[in-house]
Design a protein around this ligand. Sequence first.
Ligand code: PRP
Ligand code: URA
Length: 206
Amino acid sequence: MPLTVLDHALATHLITRLRDKATQPEQFRPLARALTGILIAEATRTMPLQKHVVQTPLEVVEGEQLACPVVIAPVLRAGLSMLDEALEMIPEARVGYLGLERDEQTAIARAYYCKLPPMQGSYALLLDPMLATGGSAARAAFDLYGAGAAHVCLLSMVAAPEGVSHLEVLYPEMQVVAAALDRELNASSYILPGLGDFGDRLYGTF
Ligand code: PRP
Ligand code: URA
């Protein structure tokens, strides 16, 4: 499975600010949005292009444009932190929502909502800032490929080795771009060192 871990000074700065437990939700949200911009830039680096001729104010030039329809798929709730910036960068994208929630005892993800646009042949950008056991991302990939996505790229802020291995086995063709690859999961399936519960820190539900 193609895994890319960002090597970018600003991304490192932003992820450190996000990890800091002193960072409050009102700071956490813009930091997450800024980091999403860097993740999107990396995730779209090799997107397929097709020729597109435009007339500049001076002459005709043969340019290129994205060749596939793009679908941005945030995983509720935490992935919502990444949606606005992703849409800002790719305004023509359609949006599909995936509602997934881990059981607090078992850490097994339960799907409670799925609303996808037409997916056939699409390039899907799956937004979920935390890749822990990989259960949520695997379920999301199942839905996106099942609906016809030609390519799925998961954009995460923090990934655990356990989650990366899980996806490698189930979806070896899926692309993963992460801002940080952390050490391990703890007994409750939280990422170490991680940043805690992303959804709670985003919305103040702690
Ligand atoms: C978090 C996170 C991921 C998931 C990752 O969501 O946003 O979706 O956990 O864990 P996994 O890789 O072990 O599946 P959570 O279930 O806490 O829901 P929330 O965003 O609504 O808080
Ligand atoms: N979900 C989170 O928000 N944080 C973790 O560390 C693991 C799953």
